[in-house]
Design a protein around this ligand. Sequence first.
Ligand code: ADP
Ligand code: MG
Length: 677
Amino acid sequence: MDINSSVSCLGGVGKKRGELYNKLKIFTLEDLIYYFPRRYDDYSCPVPIGEAQINEHAVISAVITQKLPAARIRQGLVLYKIVAADQRDNITITYYNNRYIYDRLIVGQEYLFEGRVTGGFTRKEMNSPSVLPADTKELFRPVYHLTEGLTANMVTQNMETALKVVGDDFPDHLPDDIRREYSLPALNYALHNIHFPESDHGMEIARRRLAFDELLTLQLGMKLLKSRNRKSTGYIMKDTDLSEFFSALPFELTGAQKRACEDIAADMRRDYPMNRLIQGDVGSGKTAVAAAACYMAVKNHTQAALMAPTEILAKQHYDTLSGFLEPLGIRVACLTGSLPPKQKNELKERLKNGDIDVVTGTHALISRSTEFQSLSLVITDEQHRFGVNQRKAFAEKGESPHKLVMSATPIPRTLALIIYGDLDISVLNELPKGRQPVETYAVTGKLRERALGYVKKQLDDGRQGYIVCPLVEDSEVSEVMAATSYKNELERGIFADYNIGLLHGQMNSAEKERVMQLFKDNEIQLLVCTTVVEVGVDVPNATIMLVENSDRFGLSQLHQLRGRVGRGKYKSSCILVTDNPTEETRERLKIMASTNDGFKISEEDLKMRGAGDFFGERQHGLPPLKIADIASDRELLSQAQKAADTLIARSPDLSAYPMLKEKTEKMFAENAEDTMN
Ligand code: ADP
Ligand code: MG
């Protein structure tokens, strides 16, 4: 047997249990051994039953005094109750349908039980605790994520067998010198100790080794992807002089914008495609940078296209780009699904003939009937809103075109390197001159009336505003109801003279766009919304935002929301209301009030919430990490980054390290189709 043998072939597993393992995505012995414990139970310090806290996990040591007869409660539910006691107290222990354990427990014997304590003050209970004989030697036991039919004891036993069979000569993919340089234990030591730690120290270094492996593999995968994307492009830009473009702009670019333009020019001069991310806070002027890239494409007799997730954004980009580019004789158009068929066909005809130089648009850009004469540059705004296939289809409208991605989500640099590891990054960390920071105030519910009065005053001055509604926890339906009744209340109150719009997650995109358009046109002065306010929508006349329940939002999310205001020449403010003024809330909201720097805020957010919450679901397309935590393993992460650089420098395609290469390819083949394009 080796690490690739099927898990069903392992002694004690068999076909049926093998299928249960398959449910957990465990197919081979390697998969099994890499199924790490969620946590460990420490049986070494049991507490007296009398001291075990209700609703907390505890380990108790008790002698079984009585086994009650099995009780069939209903079809398919049998209760097995046991009474156990220590010197002073009794506890009732119940197993559901688990005759196997019940039969094995012997009256008069002492056991260790681990589980959540329930019941009342007079009679404590435990439901389905883990159990070990009291004389067990291994008092530190792994706890695995299980599936129905597969018990902790089964996994533990199978793991022991698997480690015996293959664990001792599990091939180590990490070169010895790297292992020594970063003080990492051998792989088989780590694998044994992650499941059955010899000591706290053993567990700690095992975890460190395995987390390092994971982070290293991730980095290597990204680097391989990056070099693999280097197909040659037919669109080598010979003329990357931007001076004419710069002098036609109505403003001076910021230093950060200029640097980004230079990065892009250098990319587009090369013989392989640009693959670059422009990352910058709202208002940092990403579109002007995109315009520079379009200008270069056109100057070299090719076309450029910019795809945005909504019609409003596509039109907004059209306005901005045509403002910059048309004075230079460049022909700009906007292609969206809602164009009348005749116009749409005409536009498509002109794209195909090369009569349009630059086009912005929605998904309509990637429909089959859209063709280009010579598309050398594809730009995606808010890339995470598009699926892999859409992005791929977009790039296939040209022949290995240059790719530019714009994102308004600031992410700390070390993390950006992982998440966008296959992209080069330009950061716009500087706002255009004269932009006034959004004044932010955190207030408690007591000041709500006054805060609303302040919003009203802005409207009286001719401005517009947003109110982000209380979050409702249960269902989306009640979220809609809450938002609707909130709006109705405002309409009856001091805002009676204004038009109030409503935007929530249950509306379809056409409805949302209609409301946003009315808001843009100032037909609506106050927009009551849940968190669906479009990222990137530019309404310079909106100067005030009030956020209810602001304590429920992540800092980065609040920052995104706040970015809807402060986009014009007027002074803007943001009021964060909370009815939950705890110390932690105060701390968090203070950060919001003290800085407008999205990068700083995301750094704080990450520290406070940990990586899982910070990134939310897998929208970033990163392979899921089993053991490393990119928020708390930052030090390890930079070590792994260094090691990856060393290895790639020695062997750019990793052919000198076949095992490491295979491991990397496996991680990416299974998980990261999303990062491929
Ligand atoms: P975002 O990065 O949020 O997409 P935009 O590209 O929409 O920002 O730019 C926001 C506004 O700032 C636009 O109206 C744009 O014309 C303007 N702008 C961009 N760069 C500058 C600059 N260097 N100086 C002054 N205004 C600028
Ligand atoms: Mg934008």
